[in-house]
Design a protein around this ligand. Structure first.
Ligand SMILES: Cc1cc2nc3c(=O)[nH]c(=O)nc-3n(C[C@H](O)[C@H](O)[C@H](O)COP(=O)(O)O)c2cc1C
Length: 322
């Protein structure tokens, strides 16, 4: 599983950064993979309302947001952190929020289903200098609609008032404990899932389809990953098209190697499809071999047949977990 944290303050060691690190350190203690986006380190341009995402489901601006879309898609929990700036988010974070309109378009205009949205959670950490009752109202609404766009259920926020000087949050009498408790509460249910790994040669077609179907059918019960023994540069566009016919959105997914997936993550079950000797041997882990034809370079009808066979096999596999 992946906990993705977006540190939205321009102060690199300020209050928001301290809160985000507290959450991430607790996640690491629970044995979970984490990734932090420092907004000031990213080159992300503001949305120009060109409507390309409405028409094509993709953003025309080529910048670091393309990588961030992929991270949102991979994450099980997304945490955004921001100080209150004029009752809203910092400009750096707001740019990322606005650019998430692309994922909103894929979901609501193109009616594509990102499998992760069934269980992904979103949470916000925030801090402000004043003590007004409405201090976090604007941010709460922004967070609610942002998390909906990226396919995450908004699980609320922790906000601290009267914190101004950099580092002052450390002296707050409950903040750090509350952040750790919230991390435990959000992460622990995910840790109970069974870890399932699908592997093929390139992680471009078969193992990607199997993982997507498994996520749709049982993502709440299984942490599903996929990998290739020799990963391709990109997933197969014909596979993406045939999965879209099933309403499943494969955008922003990249092929991964076994070393990337198994770094700090151990499967309980490996399903291998045609990677032969490239299939890893993990002591004590059961392995299934699925004899599936390689659809690479074949017609779209061939891809559809392989897709349907995979869907059928995955349905039987996840039924056996119940
Ligand atoms: C441009 C700017 C706008 C701010 N607007 C507000 C505000 O509307 N309300 C508030 O309580 N604090 C406001 N603050 C104060 C910050 O929220 C506060 O200092 C916070 O602790 C900074 O957190 P950080 O260390 O994570 O950057 C503002 C600060 C700046 C620099």
């Amino acid at each position: 599983m992946l906990v993705l944290c977006v540190q939205g303050s321009p102060r690199k060691e300020g209050n928001t950064a301290i809160m985000i690190d507290e959450f991430m350190n607790e996640a690491k203690k629970l044995g979970v993979r984490t990734h932090k986006i420092e907004v000031t380190q990213k080159r992300v341009y503001p949305c120009i309302e060109c409507d390309v995402c409405e028409k094509k489901g993709l953003c025309a601006i080529e910048d670091d947001m393309q990588e961030i879309y992929g991270l949102f898609r991979r994450a099980d929990i997304v945490v955004i952190g921001t100080p209150v700036f004029f009752y809203g988010a910092t400009a750096h974070l707001k740019v990322i929020i606005d650019r998430s309109q692309t994922l909103w378009s894929r979901k609501y205009v193109h009616k594509l289903n990102d499998p992760g949205r069934q269980w992904r959670k979103g949470f916000m950490l925030t801090v402000g200098a004043t003590k007004g009752k409405n201090l976090f109202d604007g941010l709460s609404l922004t967070a609610k609609y942002f998390f909906d766009a990226i396919g995450a259920e908004y699980a609320g926020f922790l906000g601290y008032r009267r914190i101004e000087v950099s580092g002052a949050i450390k002296d707050h009498h409950t903040a750090m404990r509350e952040i750790r408790d919230k991390a435990d509460e959000l992460i622990e249910p995910f840790c109970k899932r069974k870890n399932v790994l699908f592997i093929c040669n390139e992680n471009a077609c078969r193992s990607q389809m199997a993982a997507a179907f498994a996520r749709v059918m049982a993502g709440d019960r299984c942490d599903v990953q996929s990998a290739g023994s020799v990963p391709a540069d990109d997933i197969n566009p014909v596979m993406v098209e045939t999965m879209a016919e099933k309403g499943i959105d494969m955008a922003y997914i990249k092929p991964l190697g076994l070393d990337q997936v198994m770094d700090g993550w151990t499967p309980n079950l490996i399903v291998s499809m045609g990677c032969g000797e490239g299939c890893p041997y993990v002591p004590g882990v059961s392995t299934e071999e699925w004899n599936l034809s390689d659809p690479r370079g074949k017609s779209i009808d061939f891809m559809r047949d392989v897709r349907d066979e995979i869907e059928d096999r995955v349905r039987k596999l996840v039924a056996s977990f119940a």
